[in-house]
Design a protein around this ligand. Structure first.
Ligand SMILES: CC(C)(COP(=O)(O)OP(=O)(O)OC[C@H]1O[C@@H](n2cnc3c(N)ncnc32)[C@H](O)[C@@H]1OP(=O)(O)O)[C@@H](O)C(=O)NCCC(=O)NCCS
Length: 177
């Protein structure tokens, strides 16, 4: 049974992501601008979500973290995750992917801060990281606005390309506007 996990911010309602979000996920990834810095082996189709991606995204449902679908009022705006880091499995990693129509309004920063508050204040984590391609400046900007600092680079096993890693310790995190 899934561990309860639901977060609210001023504008966002975050709930566990699951098969009921399949259509929204396929539509989100169908936008080439959304996928610009997210290399994949071909399009993220319904079939691929069902066989490969959704099982991976729901793998932490028994834990007090995982992937969360984000809603602004009743509209699906994208997702956030808090899951074991690709760079260091002892640390949790934040990530996000939002519909293009919602960009530039601070929603990624707002949702990421909610996940960081959850990690630090509820789960008692000491540090959280994130990674992205070095050219993904909007994503890096979100990390920096949350208090994260550059912590090196590594080859992401699933891409596989060199990505930059950003890290924040609990006492350094910027959790409010
Ligand atoms: C990354 C993403 C989640 C950011 O969402 P968002 O809600 O627009 O983010 P925010 O509004 O909180 O912050 C974005 C910041 O990047 C800045 N930015 C946007 N485009 C930029 C660019 N081309 N160059 C430099 N900065 C840029 C914005 O100005 C803002 O910074 P500011 O508040 O200092 O002005 C969104 O662009 C997205 O979903 N991208 C596609 C998926 C993706 O790449 N996910 C990350 C994978 S690691």
């Amino acid at each position: 049974m899934a561990a309860p996990l639901e977060l609210r911010t001023a504008r966002l309602h975050l709930v566990r992501l699951g098969a009921e979000h399949l259509d929204d996920l396929v539509a989100l990834d169908a936008d080439p601008e959304v996928m610009r810095y997210l290399p994949t082996n071909g399009p993220n189709t319904r079939e691929r979500y069902l066989t490969e991606l959704l099982p991976r995204m729901t793998a932490w449902d028994d834990k007090p973290f995982g992937f969360l679908a984000a809603y602004e009022e009743e509209a699906f705006v994208g997702w956030f995750h808090l899951r074991p880091s690709v760079a260091d499995a002892k640390v949790l990693e934040v990530g996000y992917r939002l519909r293009r129509a919602t960009w530039g309004r601070g929603l990624a920063t707002e949702g990421t801060r909610a996940l960081l508050r959850h990690a630090f204040e509820t789960l008692g984590e000491q540090e959280v990281d994130a990674c992205t391609l070095p050219e993904n400046t909007p994503s890096i900007r979100v990390m920096v606005k949350c208090g994260m600092s550059y912590a090196g680079s590594f080859v992401h096993p699933r891409i596989p390309r060199e990505v930059v890693r950003y890290l924040v310790r609990a006492e350094e995190a910027v959790l409010q506007d």
